[in-house]
Design a protein around this ligand. Structure first.
Ligand SMILES: Cc1cc2nc3c(=O)[nH]c(=O)nc-3n(C[C@H](O)[C@H](O)[C@H](O)COP(=O)(O)O)c2cc1C
Length: 197
């Protein structure tokens, strides 16, 4: 019944997709754990092959942001820390929440690639569901996500891939959209035989 209702309704999904922007400047206003969990429970409806649901999440908020900032800063050289450490520390401990999104890596190549695709779908679901509620997100893939010291600080296991860290909060500023080329410029339509002359 729910599926029928959803198929027949006209959510302005295209508007939501086009208006969403990556947010990098956040207000300090909190976003609650419950709000984030609710967004995740929408996001987990991402398509995923074999219903493997190949994801795990670590939500960092409140005092734990201090540990997050420390873990990130430890992946920088002393020189870098001296230059940008204070500013990054301030940024990472002020934004309301960081969500580490992990993929459980299947040993089989095909399944591993499918699962990566599924986790990326989940992240975009999360970004869109958040945007619909006025909550901004940036999907971060900075070098620290690959660093053993960062991984061990959060108990990330061998066989788990950090697909991204989502910084979450209310937007201080919303950047202008980066223009997209129309799809037609990247589209080949094959609609008659022979395919190749
Ligand atoms: C896989 C992936 C990794 C990304 N990594 C970063 C990142 O490390 N830092 C960042 O500021 N933005 C990152 N982004 C966000 C993109 O920079 C952003 O989507 C792009 O600038 C377009 O802006 P829009 O999302 O507002 O349309 C990432 C996006 C994707 C899909």
């Amino acid at each position: 019944m729910e599926a029928v209702r959803a198929a027949g309704s006209s959510y302005p999904l295209a508007d939501l997709i086009q208006s969403r922007r990556t947010i990098r400047a956040f207000k300090p206003d909190p976003v609650s754990k419950e709000q984030i969990i609710a967004l995740l429970n929408t996001a987990v409806w991402a398509p995923n092959h074999g219903n493997r649901q190949p994801w795990r999440f670590i939500l960092v908020m409140d005092e734990a942001r201090e540990a997050f900032a420390e873990a990130v800063l430890r992946t920088h050289s002393a020189e870098e820390r001296a230059k940008i450490g204070a500013q990054r520390h301030e940024y990472l401990t002020t934004l309301p929440a960081q969500l580490i999104v992990l993929q459980t890596e299947d040993s089989r190549h095909k399944q591993r690639e499918e699962d990566f695709g599924a986790v990326c779908c989940l992240i975009q679901n999360f970004q869109l569901a958040a945007w619909e509620q006025g909550i901004g997100v940036v999907w971060k893939t900075n070098h620290y996500i690959y660093e053993p010291r960062f991984r061990s600080a959060f108990g990330i296991q061998p066989g788990e891939k950090v697909v991204g860290v989502l910084y979450i909060g209310y937007a201080e500023t919303v950047p202008a959209a980066q223009p997209r080329a129309r799809a037609e410029t990247k589209l080949t339509v094959l609609d008659r035989l022979p395919l190749i002359d």
